[in-house]
Design a protein. Structure first.
Ligand SMILES: Nc1nc2c(ncn2[C@@H]2O[C@H](COP(=O)(O)OP(=O)(O)OP(=O)(O)O)[C@@H](O)[C@H]2O)c(=O)[nH]1
Ligand SMILES: [Mg+2]
Ligand SMILES: [Zn+2]
Length: 301
């Protein structure tokens, strides 16, 4: 077949799921095609991601087709590995206990990709006080906190409304109720799992990212995870830019270029001491700063 007749047969779509070397691509009319990625992507060091806009050449009959091209990405996350999302929903809940370091690392990643974020405090039926504690901690962090319960249905409508026109991604620890939330919202039948009684954690029921399309709502359910450190290799001086809390204080520290760590005369330290900015956010920032510094130092090794 000549190049030009091949081009005529290509179809544009989005990767909704990937399994091994196979990808499922949904075209605008809702048809789902199974394709494999050509070797050229591997040679170029590009790995197709769920959320990618792609051109494919469909297979004949039962045969799989081929992934021909990946369009430029508007955003690209490492964890969860998704492309082109416009809105990241970070889910926490009372049980399993929230890992706020994970939340902050996800916020940093999203902000560096210009992806908007929101926090969902799920399972509010178990602890109605948690949302306010979280709101207090994030009051100057420029992130909306939504309180919901998939059991009582509280707060779900607001979230659905905010999803219109977006490619959303639902992320967070295993067992916080990401898939349950999507099932309750859209009745899509995503697999869900019990929390282990013994380890009080989720069991990684969702194994890989999957996109669901419901009219103008596109949403990605993703596998739960934890993060031991920031995965992105970044210059430590850029980290503070991901903290809206610090923006208003910029230029008020004794030293130009203060990273608000242990420097004398740091106004972040001062504001934190008198309770004007949330202490926990600053302490976690310093912990993240320390691991960002370590990976930056060893980046060429
Ligand atoms: N009490 C209560 N339990 C909930 C709520 N939402 C989900 N659960 C329970 O939490 C458990 C885990 O839910 P999943 O939806 O599988 O969690 P997940 O975040 O998708 O987990 P992974 O796929 O492993 O990342 C299930 O037993 C749900 O029934 C809620 O609002 N309240
Ligand atoms: Mg799940
Ligand atoms: Zn400072």
């Amino acid at each position: 077949m000549s190049e030009s007749s091949q081009e005529n047969r290509t179809i544009r779509g989005a990767i909704i799921r990937g399994i091994g070397s196979f990808y499922y691509v949904r075209s605008a009319d809702g048809t789902v095609y199974t394709v494999r990625a050509k070797k050229k992507f591997r040679h170029q060091g590009i790995s197709p991601m769920v959320g990618d806009e792609v051109d494919i050449l469909p297979g004949e009959g039962e045969e799989h087709g081929w992934l021909e091209a990946i369009l430029p990405r508007t955003s690209q996350c490492i964890r969860p590995p998704v492309a082109n999302i416009s809105l990241l929903w970070i889910v926490i809940c009372p049980e399993p206990a929230p890992d706020m370091l994970l939340v902050d690392r996800l916020l940093i990643q999203a902000r560096r990709q210009n992806v908007r974020c929101a926090l969902i405090v799920n399972k509010c039926d178990l602890d109605p006080a948690l949302p306010d504690r979280v709101r207090e901690e994030y009051r100057d962090a420029d992130v909306q906190v939504y309180a919901v319960s998939s059991v009582t249905g509280d707060g779900l409508e607001t979230i659905r409304n905010a999803m219109h026109g977006e490619l959303s991604c639902i992320a967070g620890q295993s067992g916080v109720g990401k898939s349950t939330l999507l099932n309750t919202l859209f009745g899509i039948g995503a697999e869900t799992g019990e929390i282990s009684e013994k380890i009080r954690r989720g069991r990684n029921t969702t194994r890989r990212a999957e996109m669901f399309v419901l009219g103008d709502i596109r949403v990605l359910d993703t596998a739960g995870f934890s993060l031991l450190e920031m995965e992105e290799v970044m210059d430590p001086v850029l980290l503070k830019d991901a903290y809206p809390e610090f923006a208003a204080l910029e230029g008020q520290c004794r030293f130009l270029g203060c990273l608000h760590d242990q420097e004398p005369g740091c106004c972040v330290t001062e504001k934190m001491r008198c309770g004007e900015i949330a202490q926990q956010r600053v302490l976690r920032y310093r912990q993240i700063l320390s691991d960002v510094r370590n990976t930056w130092k060893t980046r060429y090794q």
